[in-house]
Design a protein around this ligand. Structure first.
Ligand SMILES: *Cc1c(COP(=O)(O)O)cnc(C)c1O
Length: 461
């Protein structure tokens, strides 16, 4: 639905607001979807239109858009102590409790937490920690950061440099010393005749060779999402983390798991590193951490990095870093509630992670059905995150010509049917809220299938 009058919400949005990551000609043509509220996994626009949000907002609104327990936790903390910082040896009681909880539910036997307002800032913070450690420990040359092509780590200058996407070249990024390795996507990156095991071995060798060429003493860390999210929902090839983790360990290079999407249940395990059975040296968390009810990120350091950062900070007297709202008491109270809901549930719902596990096979069955479509080349995913990749020719994996904007057409057609899903490259990404029911899941796939049929029929007619 779109109101074309000059003073409409659509016109007002375009007049005074910039958009993030938005195809502007398409918004100009279709109009901004201006939203007012939500119910469960649905959001509503200013005209009363209802959309099932198959992307949980931006992966993060896992408890849905009107969870009473989440709102109550926020309100109670606003009433009690609406804001404070975590500088100069002060910190709210909520922040103390949240750090205890994060270390308790982390894969680490002990550790320490540093707070930010976003995932980007958490990645920047982690890089500054690694650089700080290098300087404090007498290895000032230890500054290079390894990530993978298609990896998404955020938009601040450092986290954008870590992000392996071509669009960052418009900013003159990446900065020097940010090195992007091959994306572990076997379907797209595997060579003719190469088995998945051989592909994984080739990527491990690339890592070895890169470390040898750059010099292990110059590399500060390796960052990886367990399942790539904004790269198009790309699970690692079989045995990937088991192949690379020992190489990093041998060269003393910390492995940082960017769990901003995977963390807190998205893949079915509490952490992506749990689902894929590897032990990182630190975890980056955001998005699900507050179920999207507050902007917050966290760096969770395992025992070794905690001890080293503690020693380095004591030697220099402080770790000179922090954001005004780091460890915000309301954010901390909200995160405590979100974690409790995800892991334990409350009077309104059972543990949300249990629902993720219950819904995953149903999600996979629907995906498999759509995967039979002649123009769906690959279906992939883990837990309640998945992608369907559109192709012009299934046998040769030939993509559609870029100027057809196939995934955008599919997503726009879905929006017309009351379903929000996200085009990413030539794929459609689905990551519904953890509260989704079986019938809402059926509705999601029914609407998506209708859109796929309409768009592909239109292209091949
Ligand atoms: C979203 C995301 C980020 C960035 O988080 P922001 O809060 O948008 O800054 C970092 N890493 C991953 C894996 C993400 O999905």
């Amino acid at each position: 639905m779109r109101d074309e009058t000059p003073n409409s919400w659509e016109a007002r949005a375009e007049t005074n607001s910039f958009y993030g990551f938005t195809d502007l000609p398409s918004v100009h043509e279709r109009g901004t979807v201006v939203l007012t509220h939500g119910e469960g996994p649905y959001v509503f626009d200013v005209h009363g239109g209802r959309y099932l949000d198959a992307n949980s907002g931006l992966w993060n609104m896992v408890a849905g858009f009107d969870h009473p327990g989440m709102a109550a936790a926020a309100k109670a903390q606003y009433d009690k102590f609406p804001g404070y910082h975590a500088f100069f040896g002060r910190m709210s009681d909520q922040t103390v409790m949240l750090s205890e909880k994060l270390v308790e539910v982390s894969p680490f036997e002990r550790g320490k937490v540093f707070y930010t307002n976003s995932g980007s800032e958490a990645n920047d913070t982690m890089v500054k920690m690694l650089w700080f450690l290098g300087a404090a420990e007498g290895h000032t040359e230890k500054r290079k950061i390894l990530t993978r092509k298609n990896g998404y780590h955020g938009v601040t200058v450092v986290s954008a440099s870590m992000t392996g996407k071509p669009y960052n070249s418009v900013f003159g990024l990446p900065l020097d010393g940010f090195i992007h390795l091959t994306c572990p996507h076997y379907w797209r990156e595997g060579q003719a005749g190469e088995t998945e095991a051989e592909f994984t071995a080739r990527l491990a060798k690339e890592l070895e060779d890169t470390i040898a060429a750059e010099g292990a003493e110059t590399i500060a860390g390796f960052f990886a999402e367990p399942v790539m999210g904004a790269g198009g929902v790309i699970p690692p090839s079989d045995g990937y983390f088991q192949a690379i983790a020992p190489i990093l360990k041998k060269h003393g290079i910390p492995l940082i798991a960017d769990e901003v999407i995977c963390g807190f249940g998205r893949t079915g395990g509490v952490w992506g590193c749990e689902t894929y059975d590897f032990m990182p040296d630190a975890i980056i968390s955001s998005k699900n951490l507050t179920a999207g009810y507050f902007p917050m990120g966290a760096v969770i350091l395992g025992p070794e990095l905690s001890d080293r950062l503690q020693a380095a900070s004591e030697a220099i007297e402080e770790f000179p870093h922090g954001f005004t709202a780091s460890g915000h008491p309301v954010g901390s109270a909200i995160a405590l509630k979100a974690i409790d809901l995800i892991l334990n549930g409350d009077d309104d719902s059972g543990p949300l992670i249990e629902n993720v596990r219950r819904m995953t096979p149903i999600f996979e069955q629907h995906m498999a059905r759509l995967g039979e479509h002649p123009h769906i080349g690959e279906i992939r995913g883990k837990g309640l995150m998945g992608a369907l990749e559109a192709v012009q020719d299934k046998a040769t994996k030939t993509p559609w010509p870029g100027d057809l904007s196939v995934s955008e057409r599919i997503a726009n057609t879905c929006t017309d049917h009351g379903l929000i899903c996200r085009p990413l490259g030539q794929s459609i990404v689905l990551c519904p809220p953890f509260i989704i029911t079986e019938s809402q899941m059926a509705e999601m796939f029914e609407k998506l299938e209708r859109a796929l049929t309409q768009v592909f029929d239109g292209l091949t007619a």
